[in-house]
Design a protein around this ligand. Sequence first.
Ligand SMILES: Nc1ncnc2c1ncn2[C@@H]1O[C@H](COP(=O)(O)OP(=O)(O)OP(=O)(O)O)[C@@H](O)[C@H]1O
Ligand SMILES: [Mg+2]
Length: 176
Amino acid sequence: VPRKTVSHFVTRHTLLTEVTNQLLDCQSSRTVVLLGMGGSGKTQLALEFCRRAEKSLAFMAVVWIDASSPSSVEQSFKVIAKQISKDRHEESNIESTVSFVQDILSAWNQRWLAVFDNYDNPRAFQSRGILSYLPTSDCGSILLTSRHADSARLGHLIEVSGMNESESLNLLLQRV
Ligand SMILES: Nc1ncnc2c1ncn2[C@@H]1O[C@H](COP(=O)(O)OP(=O)(O)OP(=O)(O)O)[C@@H](O)[C@H]1O
Ligand SMILES: [Mg+2]
């Protein structure tokens, strides 16, 4: 998970509670889609959810994937393959690297979370759809962030709009 904390972070309680309800307080695995305009705070919200989950040991593993394009997804899978195999994974071709990561996550009987950030451009995935990259298992949860309305069909939709009044005030007060 990237360390990209902003200096004046404001907790967005309502949204965090909704993500938590969907991904943690529910027994079955599922996909949650954070949908909102650029700059609305989707990535920060996902990062905060990961930080909290890390603290509470809610997941045994959290992986972060840049879903801007198939090549950024594949690059992220390469990094994850290295990490989970402690450098023992031989990189032969990208197909085997993607299946390697998917198979490990799918076979795990511990809870894990995969964040697919920046799925803003579904058209970039015409040759290979995003669904083919999502690992599946009863123990896994997926959190996807997107600016594109079409992503709503991928899972439970949570719309991220601008901050509400008290959140904006908090942000202002923290910066003063
Ligand atoms: N909870 C927050 N507290 C403080 N600042 C925030 C918060 N959320 C967002 N911001 C500010 O807004 C900026 C944009 O947020 P973020 O990167 O999460 O947006 P985004 O929705 O992921 O945008 P994009 O679609 O471009 O990826 C952050 O860099 C930060 O400056
Ligand atoms: Mg973002």
